[in-house]
Design a binder for this molecule. Sequence first.
Ligand code: IPE
Ligand code: IPE
Ligand code: MG
Length: 225
Amino acid sequence: MSLPALDKARIPRHLAIIMDGNGRWAERHGMSRAAGHEAGAKSVRAVIKACRELEAVEALSLYAFSTENWRRSRFEVSTLFRLLIKYIAIELDELHEQNIRVTVMGRLEDLPERARQDMREAMEKTAGNTALTVNVALNYGARDEIVRAARAIANEAVAGRLDPKDIDDACFAAHLDQPELPDPDLLIRTSGEMRLSNFMLWQLSYAEIVVLSTLWPDFRKEHLY
Ligand code: IPE
Ligand code: IPE
Ligand code: MG
């Protein structure tokens, strides 16, 4: 599909996606949940490419693993991190060549060692890139992010570096995980569920929300357009 005639001025600067439905896709195809996640990784590749081609999108936030996802079976959790490691190994050089910067939201320190190292490497290698920021929410929960921000602010106040009178919207937002990104203009959730599942609660305050029935592994650039 070639680029449609989209009005560049109306393309979101920051697009956030809750990538849902890998399990249902797998079930429909008589496959394992792992195969569903593997298929979902192809959609990630397609969407990053499409955003890069659109040029007007500055940031793409992808919900990859929530603080609640630890409740899944140990096997599924390890499958998800194994796929993440595999994805970085395959894609990192190309992301870098495409001038794409990788950032992370969430508590990286609780990830399996290898996944943490690989994400650090991806962030360091691509830190100077400017065409598109791909912001991966990993071990991310918005309540956790907000609590960590509140704690950091309290510590600064106790240390005397911050006057509580100066705590306002901007000060609070500056303590969130990726303060330099603009708030998302658009949130897309695939697979029909009408909920936020603890994603970017502060930043999505004014975002438009589109819920598609399409399952994440079927999502391609035509859905995005
Ligand atoms: C989204 O697909 C992937 C992750 C949460 C990591 P699901 O695994 O939630 O798929 P469903 O909701 O069971 O279909
Ligand atoms: C949201 O999907 C989390 C991610 C996409 C990583 P879930 O499938 O985990 O959300 P719930 O459990 O349906 O709310
Ligand atoms: Mg789900």
